[in-house]
Design a protein around this ligand. Structure first.
Ligand code: MG
Length: 367
């Protein structure tokens, strides 16, 4: 099964409610879809969103990197030579994490199709059922409490609360949600780099003193502030998780070895695809460090690949934060992983199991 061509499409899905973090606010899921064609007629599907303030990648940069730089280096290569292919993709240029991720997702989809097995089985097997948390966007206290209670009604048992705007208001937000939820769900906080190290220690202690029990605090400080992350991790009892500070396997080794984080959040758009994400999961397992599998605000093609990895590395990827597709008003992808509120079900189809994509707009030429 040899690669003959790579094409692009665009998928747009309106959100049920606008998504707000300390960094941005958006109202729809917009993905670039990468279609890798082969001489056997099989097509591999990959996708990536635009995340300029997180990875630096935009739709235009993703297509340009693949079309002009990576594609000429992998046309004609055989899907059976998976390791050689992923090495070629990773070595083709520096950075451009989302471009490489979208392409690798399509290549791994084809690898499963070549051997007629679902991707999670090709990666070692596991349970095809996962349970995800749901993101509660940062907003007024009343709105966040209402969203949290609605999530409980919908069957979610883990809430990921987005904060990081104003530390005192944030503490009040978390206290109010904790009280309203009343033990019916676990609570994770995602600060999205919104606090300083000292503020984080202050907030964690204040919440602790108020009797608020948190599962973890995610990326409280700026992504480059590894010393700050370590300062926090060494002073608070709540586990601290690295997200925007943890892109590559080498960064993860440093975070773990220097005691800067207790948990690592793996996202394919940060690791530049599945090959490095697998390495990170295996590195964390060596150190008995747990991982979360996360996603950007993105649709069900890229998130399906993350779900397959989580199923196959369930012993170390213990926390699932793959609610991106469920935040959309509908899923345009048929036959792949089914995202139904808290429940994620992997299909038995080969690769990612995708059969068709509704509303895919072909992109030709200029971008
Ligand atoms: Mg995060």
């Amino acid at each position: 099964m040899k690669i003959t061509n790579i094409r692009f499409g665009k998928l747009s899905v309106p959100l049920i409610t606008p998504f707000k973090t300390a960094l941005r606010s958006v109202s729809s899921i917009e993905d670039i879809v990468v279609l890798v064609e082969t001489d056997s007629g099989e097509i591999g599907y990959g996708a990536a969103p635009s995340t300029p303030v997180i990875t630096g990648d935009t739709h235009g940069s993703i297509m340009h990197a693949i079309d002009r730089v990576i594609k000429p280096q992998i046309i004609g290569m055989d899907i059976a030579d998976l390791n050689q292919l992923t090495q070629r993709i990773q070595g083709s240029m520096v950075a451009n994490y989302s471009a490489k991720a979208a392409l690798e997702i399509a290549i791994y989809d084809l690898w499963g199709k070549l051997y007629k097995a679902p991707l999670y089985k090709m990666l070692g097997g596991g349970s095809p059922q996962l349970e995800t948390d749901i993101t509660i966007s940062v907003d007024d206290i009343d709105k966040m409490v209402a969203d949290s209670l609605l999530a409980l009604e919908q069957g979610f048992s883990i809430l990921k609360i987005k904060i990081g705007k104003d530390i005192h208001a944030d503490i009040e937000r978390v206290k109010a949600i904790y009280q309203a939820v009343n033990g019916a769900a676990q609570i994770r906080l995602d600060v999205n780099q919104g606090w300083t190290a000292k503020q984080t220690v202050f907030a964690a202690k204040a919440l602790d003193n108020a009797g608020v029990q948190l599962e973890l605090i995610e990326q409280p400080v700026k992504s480059h502030d590894i010393d700050g992350m370590r300062y926090v991790t060494q002073r608070v009892s709540t586990p601290i998780m690295a997200d925007e500070s943890a892109f590559s396997p080498k960064q993860v080794i440093e975070l773990i070895q220097t005691g800067a984080a207790d948990i690592i959040n793996i996202k394919l758009m940060k690791t530049a695809g599945l090959s490095n994400a697998i390495k990170i999961a295996d590195i964390a397992a060596l150190y008995d460090v747990e991982c979360m599998i996360g996603c950007m605000l993105e649709g069900s093609i890229g998130v399906a690949a993350a779900a397959h990895l989580a199923a196959a590395r369930a012993s170390v990827i213990c926390k699932i934060d793959l609610d991106g597709p469920a935040l959309g008003q509908y899923d345009p992808v048929q036959g792949g992983v089914e995202f139904n509120l808290a429940s994620i079900s992997l299909s038995g189809g080969a690769g990612l199991g995708i059969q068709s994509i509704k509303g895919l707009q072909e992109i030709n030429g200029e971008w």
